[in-house]
Write a protein that binds this ligand. Structure first.
Ligand SMILES: Nc1ncnc2c1ncn2[C@@H]1O[C@H](COP(=O)(O)OP(=O)(O)OP(=O)(O)O)[C@@H](O)[C@H]1O
Length: 310
């Protein structure tokens, strides 16, 4: 296995914030650690990057135990949420700065930085003042600065959280392209479930310092092992059938005016664009149902509904 994280543990005084964190990562895999604010994502990433010492556990990359190595000696590079750029340096100085620790001479470092900035779409801004860049451009500088170090593993801590919704989606695509281009292994931290599902090969869902479930995005979405995962990744209805509680996704309930297994009454609806979310009362519970906007039901209307298996 390319990367092995075993039983990482971290407490701040009496507060145990990461427990038994064990994860295997293949080369070129895109792994996302997903969880609510405060669940221990950043703490875990900092331990991997060498910015925090774990209380116990180990981290191996490419056969080498790096648990006790300083951050700058690890084969990792980190892109932080706030970018952590040097405000007194221009773009190329920011990107080439880290290379001096790799004993690369200044002219060569600038050449490497320039090439990376061109690759990453910042050709026009190579000599720009950092403070005059947009959020998206700063994000690219931060990425370029990490990538020039040629890390085996790139760590990204909520890197798009300061960007607007459209730019976030664009940056998601870009980061995947960068990953393919450089063949790099990435560990990405986010609290945004849609981002995690759309970008990752593997999603690791954390809850209160522990891994709740991990797997491919489709796997964790379709087969959530716990109510927490089901609820965190997407939305879920809890219904009671023959005395048994069952989870069903809003898109797996089919509405029909004429026929169906159950009858319900719509008490609210939200138009979401391609689909509409209906809120129903029924004998088997209160439900949210996502239906395509081709057939619109009205609040107060009684409708039949059936359940799909998945
Ligand atoms: N330096 C610190 N000293 C004490 N407690 C800390 C410290 N850093 C983090 N914590 C606590 O550890 C827990 C986990 O924090 P962490 O930043 O890892 O969570 P997170 O999942 O990344 O959250 P967020 O998405 O809000 O950044 C939180 O309860 C936090 O208050």
């Amino acid at each position: 296995m390319f990367m092995e994280i075993k039983n990482l543990k971290k407490s701040y005084k009496d507060n145990l914030v990461v427990e038994n964190f064990t994860l295997e990562i293949e080369k070129r895999e895109f792994v996302t650690i997903l969880g609510a604010s405060g669940c221990g994502k950043t703490t875990t990433l900092k331990m991997i990057g060498g910015f925090l010492k774990p209380d116990s556990g180990s981290i191996t990359i490419d056969g080498k135990d790096i648990t006790n190595l300083a951050a700058n000696l690890r084969p990792t590079a980190t892109v932080f949420q706030n970018y952590a750029l040097f405000p007194n340096m221009n773009v190329i100085e920011n990107v080439s700065y880290g290379l001096k620790f790799n004993k690369i001479k200044k002219p060569q470092a600038r050449e490497i930085a320039k090439e990376m900035l061109e690759t990453i779409g910042l050709k026009e801004h190579i000599y720009s003042d950092i403070n005059k860049l947009s959020g998206g451009q700063m994000q690219r500088v931060a990425l370029a600065r990490a990538l020039v170090l040629n890390p085996k593993v790139l760590l990204l801590d909520e890197p798009f959280s300061n960007l607007d919704a459209k730019l976030r989606v664009k940056m998601r695509e870009e980061i995947k392209q960068i990953q393919h281009k450089f063949g790099i292994t990435m560990i990405f931290v986010t609290h945004d479930q849609e981002e995690a599902l759309s970008i990752s090969d593997k999603v690791v869902i954390m809850n209160k310092g522990k891994i709740e479930q991990m797997g491919k995005p489709e796997e964790v979405y379709k087969n959530p092992k716990t109510l927490f995962v089901a609820d965190f990744i997407g939305r879920i209805n809890i219904i009671e059938l023959d005395g048994e509680k069952k989870m069903i996704r809003p898109e797996n309930i089919i509405l029909d005016r004429e026929k169906g297994t159950f009858l319900g009454k719509i008490h609210d609806k939200q138009f979401k664009g391609v689909y509409v979310t209906y809120f129903l009362n029924s004998d088997i519970g209160s439900l949210q149902v996502d239906a395509l906007n081709s057939d619109i039901y009205e609040v107060g209307e009684k409708v039949y509904f059936s359940l799909k298996n998945n």
